[in-house]
Design a protein around this ligand. Structure first.
Ligand SMILES: C[S@@+](CC[C@H](N)C(=O)[O-])C[C@H]1O[C@@H](n2cnc3c(N)ncnc32)[C@H](O)[C@@H]1O
Length: 222
C-alpha cells in the first residue's frame, strides 16, 4: 500500500501547534492515555510518533519509548526527544510477540488502512501485551461537524469513509494542511475486532457538550 509522507514540510509547524493551540487537545489525549496505560516500568512503541511530543509523559510513567513514523520531517524533531525509526505503521520492522506495550495517538485520521496498523500492533505484542489507541472522536470532530457554542451540529458526510475534501468545518490547523482520513465509529471500532485481541476499555474524553477524544485499550490474548 502506498505511503504519502503528508507531514513532510509541516513538522516545525505541527510541533509548534502541539505546544500552543493544540496543547489542550494534546493534554486531553495524554490524560486518556494515562487512564488506559498498564503500570510501568516497561518499554513502549509509539506508532506514528510524529515529533515525539508524548515521550516525556511516558517517561514520567516509567516507560522507555521508541517512536516510529513515516515522515522524515516529523522524525527530525522527534529524534531530540526519543529513539526513533522510519517505518510504515502498516508494516512494522519489529519481531512478532516482542513488545509489551504499543500506543498510537491521533493516527487513524492520517493513513489508509488503519486496520493494518492495528493488526501490526497486535502482531508485535507479546501475549498479554496491550495496545492503547487515542484519537479524535469520529462522531464529534470531523469535516462534517460544525462547532457551536453549546455543542455541535452534524452535517451530511459522516458515512463517507476515506480521504475527505475540504469543507467549511475542516478548520485552519492540521487538517487544512495535511488533509483528513475519516473513519465512522463503526469503521474505527472494526479495526480492533481482531481475533487475537480482547477489548479492555473504551473511554470518551474532552470537550464540554460532546467528547473530542476516544481512547481504546485492547490486549493480546494470552
Ligand atoms: C496527527 S499526527 C500525530 C503525531 C503524534 N502521534 C502526536 O500525537 O502528536 C499523525 C502522524 O502519523 C504519521 N503517519 C501517517 N501515516 C503513516 C504511516 N503509514 N506510517 C507511519 N506513520 C504515519 C504522520 O507522519 C504523523 O506524524
Amino acid at each position: 500500500m502506498q505511503v504519502t509522507a503528508r507531514y513532510d514540510g509541516h513538522a516545525d509547524w505541527y510541533d509548534g501547534w502541539a505546544q500552543t493551540s493544540g496543547a489542550e487537545i494534546m493534554a486531553v489525549a495524554r490524560a486518556a492515555l494515562g487512564e488506559l496505560l498498564p503500570s510501568g516500568p516497561g518499554l513502549a512503541v509509539d506508532i506514528g510518533c510524529g515529533t515525539g511530543v508524548h515521550a516525556e509523559f511516558m517517561r514520567d510513567r516509567s516507560f522507555g519509548v521508541v517512536g516510529l513514523d513515516y515522515s522524515a520531517d516529523q522524525l527530525r524533531l522527534a529524534r531530540g526527544r526519543l529513539p526513533v525509526g522510519r517505518a510504515d505503521a502498516r508494516a512494522l520492522p519489529l519481531r512478532s510477540g516482542s513488545v509489551s506495550l504499543v500506543f498510537s495517538m491521533f493516527t487513524h485520521t492520517d493513513l489508509d488502512g488503519f486496520d493494518r496498523l492495528v493488526a501490526e500492533a497486535v502482531r508485535v505484542l507479546e501475549p498479554g501485551g496491550a495496545l492503547v489507541y487515542v484519537g479524535i472522536h469520529p462522531c464529534f470532530v470531523s469535516p462534517f461537524v460544525e462547532r457551536m457554542s453549546d455543542g455541535v451540529r452534524l452535517h451530511s458526510g459522516y458515512k463517507t469513509v476515506g480521504w475527505q475534501a475540504r469543507t467549511p468545518h475542516t478548520g485552519n490547523a492540521v487538517r487544512h494542511r495535511v488533509g483528513v482520513h475519516h473513519l465512522s465509529l463503526e469503521a474505527l471500532l472494526a479495526a480492533f475486532l481482531h481475533p487475537e485481541t480482547r477489548l479492555d476499555r473504551l473511554i470518551e474524553r474532552g470537550g464540554s457538550a460532546v467528547p473530542e477524544v476516544i481512547a481504546i485499550r485492547v490486549s493480546r490474548r494470552p
